[in-house]
Write a protein that binds this ligand. Sequence first.
Ligand code: NAD
Length: 472
Amino acid sequence: MVKICCLGAGYVGGPTMAVIALKCPKIEVVVVDISTARISAWNSDQLPIYEPGLDEVVKECRGRNLFFSTDLEKHISEADIIFVSVNTPTKTCGLGAGKAADLTYWESAARMIADVSKSDKIVVEKSTVPVKTAEAIEKILTHNSKGINYQILSNPEFLAEGTAIQDLFNPDRVLIGGRETPEGRNAVQALKQVYANWVPEDRILTTNLWSAELSKLAANAFLAQRISSVNAISALCEATGADVAEVAYAVGKDTRIGPKFLNASVGFGGSCFQKDILNLVYICDCNGLPEVSEYWKQVVKINDYQKSRFVNRVVSSMFNTVAGKKIAVLGFAFKKDTGDTRETPAIDVCKGLLGDKAKVSIYDPQVTEDQIGRDLAMNKFDWDHPIHLQPMSPTAANKQVTVTWDAYEATKEAHGVCILTEWDEFKKLDYKKIYDGMQKPAFVFDGRNVVDAGKLREIGFIVYSIGKPLDQ
Ligand code: NAD
């Protein structure tokens, strides 16, 4: 029986390994993590991440050929194929701070593999890493190889949170990069055989190591660039009376462009887009390509601009101040169908509103009060009016932020509503009931273009939708 071990039981390691276990019943898959809390959650009925369809997959395989453990040494040493799916955040200090990938977790994973391995291993980069990381990993592994043969493969993950299981069942492509040596080609074949259990052969692409590593950064940069492009156009639409939905539809009808990923919004979020573009920028800088670096920087700048533009619109529409006014925030996750709030635009929007002394009442169906408290108190805050929030308590008097478990509660007596995540339930709310419970005039600022602005205007709301003609 082939044995797989995956280091990192996060948003990628957990679902990816669960699907491999489901589709390959003859392979034993063990997911290990240094976080005992995460592993306990994976072994419980309350999985550590929310992802449609994940519960069912885990329930079917857990205990059969899928296991979650904190015993890293045992499972690394027993595995034939080791996936490394640890976090690779942006460095916060030192050389490349604010741009370069922090490979601390990767390095410690590689050192542990080198320390405990007693047999040949295929080591698979599942995390998103800078191009040429495999070279560094090879150095760590071979420096202490004890005669063991290590083959490093790059197999970046293209799943999107919220649709991870669907994406893993039916990927557009699986990319495997390896060394162009006989051992490298054998390793690529071994990993190909795993995916061939359910992925059609023509969707399994093999490349050299550096192409695979760079393709992941490039793919995320292209996706984020599309969002920044349509968001840049949305600002022009508002200035001219064009409707961004009509423009995006017309543009997307060109088969060379295509219709996907052209929704204007308050901005992209998530743990990957910004970090991966910044990493690309850093790599360009390191390779003496300042013009290319400048080009990609603009994608992040437009995203920041879109978030601050949204906050400015809220404040200016509400008579140039939101001080003391209650603003309901519907949606805090960076997108629908996930509880993930990493780099969510909601953090910057809430901080912008709080900076203008608004009282913010937040509802998200999957994000906990603790999470929101951590995000608002700890994330870097670089808007015009910095404030320092104390950790929140639901019972605290005079609180500037409250978290509710219901959209109606969040909007009660509010002056304005900001929709920041495109949860389906926000389309179906009883907006008449919401309107009746709000202060007048009642404003809706739709950062995801999910509501029918016409219907809301008929009720009496003043509505702002991204990139749409404004209320007269
Ligand atoms: P995550 O933070 O959810 O999970 C990473 C896990 O690795 C954590 O549980 C952490 O405790 C664990 N870990 C850290 N060091 C370890 C070690 N030495 N041994 C064992 N476990 C260790 O991160 P994620 O969202 O799963 O992302 C993982 C990687 O995949 C990142 O490089 C990310 O850029 C990439 N990626 C993420 C997504 C996404 O949608 N989240 C999609 C594609 C690629």
